[in-house]
Design a protein around this ligand. Structure first.
Ligand SMILES: *Cc1c(COP(=O)(O)O)cnc(C)c1O
Length: 458
């Protein structure tokens, strides 16, 4: 038994005296939103201070791959921490850092040959944007100062990353501080017109992109995209055909393609990287979240030999990329990433995920008939559905009714962590699960959907 001082309530109260939590209206911790002190992790499970267990159906914000407190990653971290914690990555290197770059170059699409490290996803996006701009500057085209982003995109919260994001909830208030991107319509297949397939939507949106490029390519550095799934934007999915077509357009109009695989990388969409499904190589690929198996903060930007070459020259020419983050290339994070990649190398992870994804699809299929479920969709190990007030018209619930929050609370009370994006319920489990975990996850979700969409509750 835990003493009262270590009860969930006591720890939450101490926390709330000082901590300011991310992406939270802190006032809601007065009652509407629970704050759960987690004491430990065990595979797909999180265990709170009172010993209650929660199945992590969203991989702790899409980062965890092989379970919490994964023994192999933990051992690699411990060993590295006892050997070399950190050394600056300018003027110094270390074996975990050079080995990780060798591995990343080997497993990412052909042509990505250079790796630049940072500590979180948003900084990787900042780096890709700055590198692209700086490449054009060094190449005698300083008039290229714009970026093209997609509607409904999300690339992080720092000012540059937020600039190329299109979610008003996060962006609107900071508008006066931000760069103005050129926004192209997302190829999201939920926007299909009558009779259109996902591929048709992709082709139509490529036409829109061509029109924008005809007008703006000469002043544009890059197009940035979340390949296959716009995760924060409500798990909206598009056809690989769009990616292939976008690569071709970027070649034709001579500008960069930035693939933000921060959420979709490392197997989420069924292939190790989403870009593989269109057989493309972007000019920049941003990685984070699953890079260390979800154990430590780390991100990387991979780019081509061509981009790299534009930054070489005399020191006096001042064309080097003088960007840095203190902890970029941290050896402990590198060791965690190497341990996670070793699991991919030694176990049939992607093959097993295909089976798990097929099982998830089978279990979710009956939900299509639910009177308040619309837009069931799945790409690999990411599945989502929207809670709607009226199925025929796909009419959403009034936002103030917080149906998604009700879903969240009901699921949590039944040992299941599923945290909707607004009224979009999604499943993004770690890979260390089995079919019975999926059965339980979907069963709890169905019960929570029934509770959250009960008309009698306003
Ligand atoms: C989470 C995310 C980011 C930002 O990463 P942080 O580590 O939270 O800064 C950027 N792009 C995508 C696609 C993401 O999902």
């Amino acid at each position: 038994m835990k003493t009262l001082a270590h009860s969930n309530a006591a720890l939450a109260a101490r926390d709330l005296a000082h901590n300011w939590h991310p992406c939270t209206q802190m006032r809601e911790h007065d009652g509407a939103l629970p704050l759960i002190p987690i004491a430990s992790g065990d595979g797909a499970w999180l265990i709170d201070a009172e010993g209650n267990r929660y199945f992590d159906g969203i991989s702790s914000w899409w980062s965890n791959l092989f379970g919490h407190a994964n023994p192999r990653i933990a051992a690699a971290v411990a060993e590295q921490a006892a050997t070399l914690n950190h050394v600056m990555f300018a003027g110094f290197t270390h074996e975990p850092g050079l080995r990780l770059s060798e591995e990343l170059v080997r497993i990412t699409p052909p042509g990505l040959e250079r790796v630049f490290y940072a500590s979180d996803g948003a900084s990787a996006v900042e780096i890709a944007l700055k590198m692209s701009f700086h490449y054009w500057h060094n190449s005698g085209q300083p008039q290229r100062t714009h970026f093209i982003a997609l509607s409904n995109a999300y690339h992080g919260e720092t000012l540059g990353a937020l600039s190329v994001s299109d979610l008003p909830l996060y962006r609107a208030v900071y508008g006066p501080l931000l760069l103005e991107p050129i926004v192209a319509p997302s190829p999201d297949w939920l926007d299909a017109e009558a009779g259109e397939t996902a591929d048709d939507v992709a082709r139509r949106r490529l036409g829109d992109m061509r029109t924008l490029l005809e007008r703006h390519a000469h002043e544009t550095c890059a197009v940035i995209i979340e390949p296959l799934v716009q995760c924060s934007g409500g798990m909206r999915m598009h056809s690989p055909l769009y990616l292939a077509g976008l690569r071709a357009l970027c070649d034709e109009f001579d500008l960069h393609l930035i693939a933000d695989e921060i959420a979709v990388g490392f197997g989420r969409t069924g292939t190790l990287f989403a870009c593989e499904q269109a057989a493309i190589t972007p000019d920049f690929m941003c990685l984070s979240k699953g890079l260390t198996g979800g154990a430590l903060p780390m991100s990387a930007v991979l780019t081509t030999a061509n981009v790299y070459a534009a930054f070489l020259g005399d020191y006096a020419a001042n064309n080097a990329f003088l960007h840095s983050h203190t902890f970029g290339g941290n050896p402990i994070a590198c060791a965690a990433a190497l341990a996670s990649l070793a699991i991919f190398a030694e176990q049939p992870v992607l093959q097993r995920n295909l089976e798990l994804a097929a099982h998830l699809a089978k279990r979710l299929e009956p939900l299509r008939a639910h009177p308040h479920v619309a837009n069931l969709r799945q790409t690999g190990m990411i599945a989502a559905l929207d809670l709607v007030a009226d199925k025929a018209t796909r009419m959403p619930w009034p936002g103030a009714e917080r149906r998604g929050l009700r879903f969240y609370r009901h699921a949590l009370a039944h040992a299941m962590l599923l945290r909707p994006l607004g009224d979009t319920v999604y499943f993004l489990p770690p890979y260390c699960i089995d079919e019975s975990d999926i059965d339980r996850m979907v069963a709890v979700a169905l019960a929570a959907i029934d509770v959250a969409t009960d008309w009698r509750v306003q």
